[in-house]
Design a protein around this ligand. Structure first.
Ligand SMILES: [Zn+2]
Length: 91
């Protein structure tokens, strides 16, 4: 079993976490075109290699960014969303 590090609780079993999607997939404005909403809701970058993703630690209910390699599953970093610049969730 792999360990993920919650920025608030420390290392925990991967079964305590839930994947939330790509970091940087920002919600479009209410007056956005249909194709913009379609991209937001249904299309993912599905990167091969190093990726920034949103995860939730189910035990503390905190949401954070995890940078990990999607091929090797190596976790490079985790950080609280508050530590990233507002609206700047790097892909
Ligand atoms: Zn936690």
């Amino acid at each position: 079993m792999q360990l993920f590090t919650c920025p608030f609780c420390g290392p925990r079993a991967e079964t305590e976490f839930h994947f939330g999607g790509d970091a940087g997939n920002l919600r479009p404005g209410g007056d956005s075109e249909t194709n913009v909403w379609t991209d937001y809701l249904y299309f993912r970058s599905n990167l091969r290699g190093r990726a920034r993703e949103i995860w939730m630690h189910l035990a503390c209910r905190e949401v954070f960014v995890m940078e990990r390699d999607t091929v090797t599953h190596e976790v490079h970093a985790t950080e609280a969303l508050a530590e990233t610049a507002a609206g700047e969730h790097r892909p």
